[in-house]
Design a protein around this ligand. Structure first.
Ligand SMILES: [Zn+2]
Length: 311
């Protein structure tokens, strides 16, 4: 169980990161209260997050910021007390309302029954997708049972591209750098600490997931990662993987995306089909970095969106 394996890392006297409850969760403790970023993969994870915060401070939770709409970052919201304001980008709110996936606790009553029916039909058909549909169906049914009788809150303080908050003695700048991991994955910069919290705009030591349905743009992602790798942050907290000192992790991540784009471009020039490209491209220089579960996603995405002029 993920919640038995989580760790709480102290970055400094005011900033902590919880790993092992879905995406990384950060919280900033100030004299005024606690600013929390993301809430984990389930109601239970959300409860664990609140317990861990209480273990360290008796200051009240005053804000939650959701970096983006993916279940492993937002489902823990089911455990959030109603009086705490929740901040997110307009794009994230739109994604939460409109995209149904097996691993999210949103849209359960509205959209899941129809999606379950659809997956059941797909799972019964004799096609290459039926196995995948059966897997998704199982996940979706599980999530439906767990969440059908409760409503998970939508964010209620929405910004388009930038919002700056003063929290205790700290300035937290929330900003949307444009489409990358999704169309609405915003980042948080804690000015006094020179710390950047990227959400899933950085997968540290792992292949990234590129969420085209959620508005991702891998070429723009390269630009963003490159640009922020030159900004001299002291610490970067990624969406997945260990906390990084300096900006090297972002530079290496941009290198990987560029490499992946070029490998796919070469495969297409050699006349390979999409499936052949998936088979042939091993991402060899990067396989030591971490789990390969998103390698295939990366190849298929670059294969289908073509080649950007900047590469
Ligand atoms: Zn994500």
């Amino acid at each position: 169980m993920a919640d038995e394996n989580h760790i709480v890392e102290k970055v400094n006297d005011h900033l902590y990161v919880i790993q092992g409850l879905g995406g990384n969760i950060s919280f900033l403790i100030t004299d005024e209260g606690v600013f929390l970023i993301d809430m984990g993969n389930s109601r239970k994870d959300g409860e664990t997050v609140l317990e861990e915060i209480r273990r360290i401070t008796d200051k009240p939770l005053i804000y939650v910021f959701l970096t983006h709409y993916h279940g492993d970052h937002v489902n823990g919201m089911a455990a959030l007390p109603v009086h705490v304001p929740v901040i997110a980008t307009e794009h994230t709110l739109e994604n939460l309302k409109n995209i149904t996936t097996p691993n999210r606790a949103y849209n359960i009553k509205e959209a899941y029954p129809a999606a379950i029916k659809d997956l059941k039909e797909k799972a019964q058909k004799d096609s290459t997708d039926s196995e995948k549909a059966a897997r998704e169906l199982k996940e979706m049914q599980k999530r439906f049972e767990a969440y059908k009788n409760e409503s998970v809150r939508y964010p209620d303080e929405i910004f388009e591209t930038r919002r700056t908050l003063r929290v205790g003695d700290f300035t937290v700048e929330l900003f949307l750098p444009g489409p990358a991991h999704t169309g609405g994955n915003a980042m948080a910069f804690i000015k006094e600490m020179n710390v950047l919290i990227t959400g899933d705009n950085l997968f540290h030591n792992d292949f990234p997931y590129i969420d085209i349905r959620g508005g991702a743009d891998p070429y723009h992602w390269i630009t963003i990662a490159r640009e922020h790798s030159k900004k001299g942050y002291d610490i970067i907290i990624p969406g997945h993987g260990p906390v990084a000192k300096g900006t090297e992790a972002l530079a290496r991540f941009a290198d990987y995306l560029e490499y992946a784009a070029n490998e796919v471009r070469k495969a297409k020039e050699d006349g390979l089909t999409e499936d052949e490209a998936v088979e042939k491209i091993t991402m060899e220089p990067y396989t030591h970095l971490g789990k390969a579960r998103f390698r295939e996603n990366n190849i298929r995405v670059f294969y289908n969106i073509g080649v950007a002029s900047c590469i």
